[in-house]
Write a protein that binds this ligand. Structure first.
Ligand code: HEM
Length: 238
């Protein structure tokens, strides 16, 4: 997340909204590779999961092909997410205010943040508690998916595990995949529901108004240059 500049007031023209940098190009490419691989994994995994969904294997060139490439897409997802993890884990560390934010989730869903007297809902850092929960659950689920996936990756690892272990791994793998798809739906729903968020990951920027409304503490830190949420070398906001 580069935090290069909030446009200085003397350069702001009427009709030009102030924009704030939120993600570098590298972070966005990393994110979309991860996102695409999760979608492909979900579709190819579902195709292998139940006979009624077998027709989806046509998208990957047939049953054998789907079986061959599904685990490799999993490897791409693992390393893609590892990149995101390395970039963002610090910003997702749980703070005391996050527990209070969760306690007021009803107000967030009802868009009553501004009425919060304690300012727990307005003074939010780069990520809110909901985003942090998505981040940590995805991290855990991807570890479970890759480890159980390796156990059932017969092409390379069949001799290292017993049939019994494989049975357990298939069950764990399927449950983790279904939960991961649910977490992914929550993530995408939130990104669409909070207007102005998608552009953070497409253009890399958000409007000043968006940052003020949803991540005020982060914006304040950007403007004062006290931002701990910056990538090394990023310039403070002006
Ligand atoms: C195709 C579906 C997806 C869409 C539309 C989407 C959209 C977004 C958007 C708009 C943001 C920026 C949120 C913000 O800055 O406040 C974001 C952040 C992020 N996304 Fe996605 N995303 C998708 C899939 C995924 C997948 C599959 C993963 C991981 C497996 C993922 C992991 C992340 C992470 C780690 C962040 C940074 C937020 C954080 O660290 O808490 N995204 N996404």
């Amino acid at each position: 997340m580069s935090t290069r500049d909030v446009a200085p007031t003397d350069q702001v023209h009427p009709g030009d909204p102030v924009t704030v940098d939120r993600y570098t190009r590298g972070a966005r490419i990393n994110h979309w590779i991860t996102a695409i691989s999760l979608v492909l994994l979900a579709v190819s995994g579902l195709a292998l999961f139940h006979p009624s969904l077998y027709f989806l294997t046509d998208l990957f060139g047939g049953g054998q092909m789907t079986r061959t490439i599904h685990p490799w897409i999993g490897v791409v997802l693992f390393f893609g997410f590892l990149g995101l993890f390395i970039r963002f884990w610090r910003l997702n560390l749980w703070e005391r205010s996050d527990s209070r934010w969760m306690g007021k989730l009803r107000d967030v869903l009802a868009d009553r943040e501004e009425e919060d007297r304690d300012q727990v809902l307005t003074e939010v850092g780069k990520y809110n508690a909901g985003q942090k929960m998505v981040f940590w659950s995805m991290s855990l689920l991807i570890i479970v998916l890759i480890s159980s996936g390796v156990v059932i990756w017969d092409q390379y690892f069949s001799q290292y595990t017993t049939v019994e272990q494989k049975r357990i791994a298939v069950l764990v793998h399927s449950i983790a995949a279904i939960v991961a798809i649910c977490v992914w739906i929550v993530h995408v729903y939130a990104a669409i529901w909070v207007r102005g968020t998608i552009r953070a990951m497409t253009r890399g920027t958000v409007t000043g108004g968006w940052a003020w409304k949803h991540h005020r503490k982060w914006l304040r830190e950007l403007v004062t240059g006290k931002d701990r949420d910056q990538e090394p070398g990023a310039k403070p906001a002006r």
